[in-house]
Design a protein around this ligand. Structure first.
Ligand code: FE
Ligand code: FE
Length: 338
């Protein structure tokens, strides 16, 4: 069997959530250190992505470092919160120059923290940068603010990478970076080598992309810096356990990464509202290990031949052969039900 990938998770996987119905939350609030301990309890996670400013937390950075260390975890990324109440009309594209300056200040501080923690990248998720209504914004102006703001931030820190995580919508009805192609155009216009994409599988499918195709596009542009995996019913960012709905497109996505020798972290971005968060992460990793084994068993030569003539049915047979036997194969080689 080929070497297992590094598994990671957004630390929010281990938080409890609120929505507009259960406004008191789906569970008691959990502090950051408790969330890190839960991530450690999964057993297979090596890295976590941390939100900043740290939520529900009145300790100091040394406490966070100690919690990571005792759980044998490393912070792979910092996700600055440029999408809360202060930024309801956007962060770097906010119409108010004072808010744009405040956003850049927060982004620069988050970047310094990422450097101090030895992170691989700073994750930029522009959930509030966009619009809700026709005629609400001038599309030229808002795009220019986005590209100029990115260039100012990313250009100031050439020693660390930045990723844009695109998403079609939510919380804004239209987010300024909704898909791979538009995000790549922005990256091209920014013109800096340390800016790339985090491809979130769930965002890609509910934006009606083919995730494997989006990944290939980003890889060919040299810009696929990170991935998040999860699943949904394609109408919303449900953030369900990876592989629970779109099994075939998930294996096609990972096949594409392997074909290109992409060796980044396999990172969970799941929101287990009603499930136990540690068990949800374990279920995801159990599935991902089996999928990894399925790719080992896949007859790549035969698949390439099928693809050379666009033979859909031959390709499907090859994938089904390995996919539908992969969990049994995993169970034989080790106890994946543990
Ligand atoms: Fe994500
Ligand atoms: Fe998401």
């Amino acid at each position: 069997m080929s070497e297992m990938p590094v598994f990671g998770a957004g630390i929010w996987h281990f938080a409890t959530y609120k929505d507009r119905y259960a406004t008191e939350g789906y569970g008691p609030p959990l502090g950051l250190l408790e969330q890190i301990d839960k991530a450690g309890a999964v057993g297979d996670l090596s890295v976590v992505d941390l939100n900043w400013p740290f939520a529900d937390f009145d300790g100091n950075l040394d406490d966070v470092k100690a919690a990571l260390e005792r759980n044998q975890l490393r912070a792979v990324a910092i996700t600055p919160e440029i999408y809360n109440r202060d930024y309801v009309k956007g962060s770097i594209t906010n119409p108010d120059p004072a808010v744009r300056a405040q956003a850049l200040k927060l982004l620069n501080e988050a970047t310094e923290l990422a450097k101090e923690l030895g992170c691989d990248y700073v994750k930029l998720w522009f959930g509030q940068d966009g619009w809700d209504y026709p005629f609400q914004v001038d599309y030229h102006d808002i795009w220019k603010l986005a590209v100029d703001g990115l260039r100012e931030l990313v250009g100031a820190h050439p020693e660390i990478k930045f990723v844009i995580e695109y998403k079609p919508r939510e919380p804004r009805n239209k987010i300024i970076f909704p898909n791979a192609a538009r995000t790549l155009i922005a990256i091209q216009q920014v013109g800096l080598e340390n800016l790339g994409i985090l491809l979130d599988f769930g965002h890609s499918i509910y934006g009606l992309e083919t995730p494997a195709d989006a990944a290939q596009l980003c890889i060919d542009a040299g810009r696929l810096f990170a991935i998040d995996v999860n699943d949904n019913f394609r109408g919303w960012d449900d953030d369900m356990v990876v592989g629970s709905v779109h099994l075939v497109e998930t294996i096609e996505f990972f096949y594409t990464l392997r074909k290109n020798n992409w060796d980044g972290v396999w990172q969970l971005d799941q929101f287990p509202f009603r499930e136990d968060s540690v068990e949800a992460a374990k279920a995801a990793i159990r599935f991902l290990k089996a999928l990894h084994g399925a790719l080992d068993a896949l007859d790549e030569q035969a698949l390439r031949e099928a693809q050379a003539s666009h033979d859909a049915l031959a390709a499907q047979r090859l994938v089904q052969d390995v996919l539908l036997s992969s969990m049994a194969r995993m169970t034989e080689s080790q106890d994946v039900n543990a």
